[in-house]
Design a protein around this ligand. Structure first.
Ligand SMILES: [Zn+2]
Length: 274
């Protein structure tokens, strides 16, 4: 499938008339912490077999105000706007720190929204080498309003709300799966995004590598799996809030997995492991 996201076309449909997509829905802004977060760490890392290319940008002010210019006006005002509205009843109470009971429809809309957020924001750097979501996955969301079943999403509650946006992409090859190479650089096919909105803490994992998400697990005491939907309703918050140390460990779990995998590959010198 042709991959969009090149040379100023819409990452979802390939349309050319781009508009500014707010990283967070406008209706969310008034409900985010009033006190501006002085330093927001936006971390993105691309793990390669040979070295790790990471970018840490410390943005001042409100981390939620950034705009990303990678979607067209038709998508932005059409299905994306509908999804923003549909997700509001599920998202808003949690962002405000209110106890919630999420039924099936809530969970579908919430996870569709999270996937949309992940897909748009991983293009912040306008660099294909940082984007781990495939065109097939983006098209799936656009057509169905929910992420593919190969995605896994969890939600928790931060003990101390703070501005977190952490994104990592890695190329995973083997078992008959090859990664795209551009200028000799393997393109990622797997990504993980960790983001907070008020006390709401979200972790989303996705991969085009078959069954990669099966082994991804988080402690159920602090993080509830909301995608794929295993049961409903899901009550939020989970039993225990997530401490700052735990939130860092969760955000970096895949990074450590990728580094370990890359380290072993370098030792064996096998670039296409089974
Ligand atoms: Zn579009």
């Amino acid at each position: 499938m042709l991959s969009y996201g090149w040379g100023g076309v819409c990452i979802f449909c390939g349309g050319v008339k781009l508009s500014k997509e707010h990283a967070f829905a406008k209706w969310l802004h008034p409900h985010l912490p009033m006190k501006p977060i002085a330093n927001h760490e936006a971390f993105s890392e691309h793990i390669l077999l040979t070295h790790t290319d990471s970018k840490v940008k410390v943005r001042s002010g409100d981390p939620h105000s950034g705009t990303v210019r990678v979607v067209c006006e038709t998508c932005n005002t059409g299905w994306m706007s509908s999804l923003q509205e549909a997700a509001r009843p599920a998202l808003l109470p949690m962002v405000q720190g209110k106890r919630s009971s999420l039924h099936k429809r809530h969970l579908q809309n919430l996870c569709g929204w999270v996937a949309m957020f992940v897909m748009v924001n991983e293009w912040r750097e306008k660099n294909r080498a940082f984007a781990g979501v495939s065109q097939e996955e983006r098209s799936f969301l656009m057509e169905n309003g929910v992420p593919p079943k190969t995605w896994k999403i969890w939600i928790g509650e931060l003990a101390r709300p703070g501005g977190i946006y952490h994104h990592t992409s890695i190329p995973v090859a083997g078992n008959g799966v090859e990664v795209d190479m551009i200028d000799g650089i393997p393109m990622p096919n797997t990504q993980v995004t960790t983001v907070s909105m008020g006390p709401l803490f979200i972790h989303a994992f996705s991969s085009s590598y078959p069954r990669a998400s099966v082994n991804q697990r988080l402690p159920a005491e602090t993080m509830s799996q909301v995608w794929p939907i295993r049961h409903s309703p899901v009550t939020w918050p989970p039993h225990k809030p997530v401490s700052q140390a735990e939130s860092v460990a969760i955000a970096e779990s895949i990074v450590n997995y990728g580094r370990e995998k890359a380290r072993r590959l370098r030792i064996t010198g096998n670039r296409n492991p089974k």
